[in-house]
Design a binder for this molecule. Sequence first.
Ligand code: SR1
Ligand code: MG
Length: 400
Amino acid sequence: MTQNHSNFKRLTNETAVTFAKKLGLINADASLNCKEIGDGNLNYVFHITETDTKKGIIIKQAVPYAKVIGESWPLTLKRAAIEANALIHFKSYCPEFVPQVYYSDEQLAITVMEDLSHLKIVRTGLIDGDPYPLLSQHIGEYVAKTAFYTSDYHLEPSAKKEVARHFTNPELCRITEVYIFTDPFFEELPGDFEVELTDAAKSIWNDQDVILEVAKLKQSFETEQESLLHGDLHTGSIFASETETKVIDAEFAFYGPVGFDLGQYTANLLFQAVTRNGPGKEEIFTHLHQFWNTFEEAYTELWNTQNISPFRNVKGYLPYLLAKFKRDAFGFAGCELIRRTIGLSHVADLNVIEDKESRIAAKTTTLKIGAFLIKKREELDVPAVIDALKNHTLPFYSTL
Ligand code: SR1
Ligand code: MG
């Protein structure tokens, strides 16, 4: 796909401030502070604040390549518009869990949005042991609402297809297809892991049952258009405090299988479940229960009250769908666990473990759980996953 980038100019701290002043979103007469705070893989993020009032805004700019990979992976700038539109869409369904977009510019690939600096990125907060008593209920409700309201159960099918057309996102989907669903599962394709994990990685590459199931999951990701997904719902895409939750970074948004968002969040909780001990581990199990219970309750409520499908009252339809979401989610979660362990874009949850032996042990466990979820997803539920983790009864790769 080609795109004319002739009007594109990368912002600097100075031009970001000038831009903010021009938009009138910040007091032009105030003393201002600007810092580039982007620690993500794809974009630059400028945080501009008024020195006295601390009032601020965020300017996010996409660049025409994947920052984490380098200029060798070109990307068009369309993702900035997709992100801005997705945030606006999601906010219309769950205003409390999505930041406000103030302005967007497709040519400059800029999204200007609400300053969330009073909150902390959840991955960092969880690693620091911060309590998040409402987080998983909020995310459960967020996924239920975004999944339901953008589906054929709420939108007329032709209207849904029109929305889906605006969220065709081949470039960002390709990143997921390559880095989550392909590379980590073949020895000869690029990977990124400590040499001590070679045997564990080989166990996955040589397990044809895992590879077959991943092929099915990849096909589901590529072909199913159930709902408008966030597409990258890991704990680094969420800002939160004890009381407030905001889902950011929607540039991977596309129409796909609902289980993908459910699975990304689940997998990223599981990294914490693996690395924590004692009460901290139990806290994560509570998150898993709260997330899934809230999702199912909220989705059921929406199904019962706002469903336009003539099939809505058919006995067994909703349970069939919820079981499908869960089965898909566990499979996708398994792929995410494996990808963040031996593929590109590792997670701090594992990499902050300084002691090498403990780090390798944790990563071996995430590989085992990943394979377990992929192979057994049909028969699993949250208690069974927790049970396997608690009792170390992951039935695969006992030799790892
Ligand atoms: C090339 S981008 C690598 C990863 O960062 C994003 O957050 C997505 O998870 C993507 O797979
Ligand atoms: Mg991101």
